[in-house]
Design a protein around this ligand. Structure first.
Ligand code: FAD
Length: 226
């Protein structure tokens, strides 16, 4: 995590976001938060609707300080969330950490927790542009090669957004924390974990003359999710 944040580079530390447990693993720095948000293939959006908590996994994308997610207009949670407070988490597991005793086991991870108010995007033009940015972020240069989005499709698709008002990030790295128990004759250490892209599999009806275009082939070769 970065050190000595300048005030303007950080999210405010509030009652809600003051990291009480293992604060040395945490940061309020925007750059640290965004690095985790942008590397995560999905997020979990939590709201309380009519007194009931819901946590929904979904894809997300970010433009500056605004987070976006989308779904079907038929979805209950997407229709009812205009103006609702939301808490969004993004998490990445980087490894299992095996210690000499059961309760010292851990995981190496990076996670971000974001707070704000959810809004539903009304304008179809704005929805289309937001969705274009979503696609371009995942699959560079693909949007312009596709069959254009129809108005019917746009009307059936909700796009939600939230300005990230408060946010924190936590990250654990490194070895198990019980080196002082190394007299216990059991293996200890880290088993790294990584989610990667694998070889692309064309749909059966795609002619062999149509190949995965270069930006995407390079992405697959890199293995990076985003
Ligand atoms: C993959 C993964 C596995 C984990 N497994 C465990 C586990 O098994 N047991 C366990 O106790 N903890 C685990 N954690 C850590 C867990 O997410 C919490 O940080 C921890 O339990 C403390 O929660 P709390 O509500 O008491 O924290 P508090 O310090 O009271 O939370 C206060 C504020 O700190 C911030 N914050 C807290 N946790 C996080 C976080 N993870 N990321 C970003 N901001 C945060 C939020 O702004 C929150 O409002 C895991 C985390 C990840 C990502």
């Amino acid at each position: 995590m970065s050190e000595q944040p300048m005030e303007s580079d950080s999210f405010p530390k509030t009652d809600r976001t003051r990291i009480r447990r293992e604060p040395h693993l945490g940061s309020y720095q925007r750059a640290d938060v965004y690095a985790v948000v942008d590397a995560s293939p999905l997020c979990h959006v939590g709201y309380v609707i009519d007194g009931e908590p819901f946590v929904t996994p979904t894809m997300h994308w970010r433009q500056g300080e605004r987070l976006y997610w989308h779904g079907s207009v038929g979805s209950r949670f997407l229709r009812q969330v205009e103006g609702a407070r939301a808490c969004v988490t993004c998490s990445l597991v980087d490894g299992y950490v095996l210690a000499r005793s059961a309760l010292n086991h851990a995981v190496n991870y990076r996670s971000a927790m974001l707070f704000g108010t959810a809004h539903v995007m009304e304008s179809l033009e704005a929805r289309e542009e937001a969705l274009r940015l979503f696609m371009e972020g995942l699959f560079p240069k693909r949007w312009d090669t596709l069959r254009p989005v129809t108005e019917k499709e746009l009307r059936a698709t909700s796009v939600l957004w939230m300005d990230i008002e408060e946010a924190t990030v936590k990250a654990r790295t490194g070895d198990p924390s019980d080196a002082d128990e190394s007299h216990v004759p059991v293996w200890a250490g880290v088993i790294p974990m990584q989610a990667t892209l694998k070889d692309a599999q064309p749909a059966p009806e795609v002619p062999v003359s149509i190949v995965l275009p270069e930006p995407l082939a390079a992405l697959v070769a890199s293995g990076r999710l985003r």
